[in-house]
Every structure is written in structure tokens, then in C-alpha cells.
Design a binder for this molecule. Sequence first.
Ligand code: SF4
Length: 125
Amino acid sequence: MTNDKKDPAFLFCVCTGKCPGFATMDMWDFINRVRMELPVKYGVIHPQLCEDDGDRYLENTLNAGEKVIIAGCAPAMQYKLFRDAFEKVGLNTQEDLIPLDVRDMTTDEAFEKVMNAMKENGYDV
Ligand code: SF4
């Protein structure tokens, strides 16, 4: 299914699920397409990764040496919000995080954004 690169973890942060930025897509179709059609280690939805329980979730699930794609808000925000949690598990957001802004997109547009980002990062998509 993939080349020698390890499949990345895929997290979809939905801003509580009530954020208008995700109203134009079907969130469940999106996560299910990503986890079934792209070479990711797993795909999950989290309601709010930038809250304390989001930090705990990242610290408990991520592992040193892996790459992590997070679909959610703007990359600049993500680098800032997730820096500490990544550092606690030996990851570096600048190198190990692939942050994707998928707000205000349709399901197809968001899926294509993930697929293209994986291609650009050398995954065998
Ligand atoms: S990390 Fe970004 S997308 Fe997720 S809840 Fe916080 S602001 Fe919203």
C-alpha cells in the first residue's frame, strides 16, 4: 500500500463540531474517505485539540518518530497550539506535523487537499 515511509497518523480537529468553518463538508464522509482511501496509520476526529484534553490526547497517542497530519485550522495556529504537546513526546511541529487548513471546503476539496499534501510529502498515494 505504501513505499518505505511510515504511514502518518491523521487527526481531524473539528472545532467542537459546531464551527461554521466545517458546515460546507460532511465531516464523517471526509474522515472515512481519508482513513479508507489514503495510506494513513489511522484517522480520527477530535472535538477540540487545542483544549487541555486535546493536549492530553496528543501526549497519549503520538509517538516519537512518527509524522502527524492534522486537518483543522490554519497552519500558523497549529504550529503554535500543538508545539508543547509535540515536544513532550519527542516530536517537533516544524518537522513532524503536516498542518492542513480544511475550513470552508467541501468534502471533495478537503479530501483532495489531504491527498495532495501527502503526495508533496513523499507518500505513495
Ligand atoms: S485546534 Fe484549531 S480547529 Fe481545533 S479546535 Fe482549536 S482552533 Fe479549532
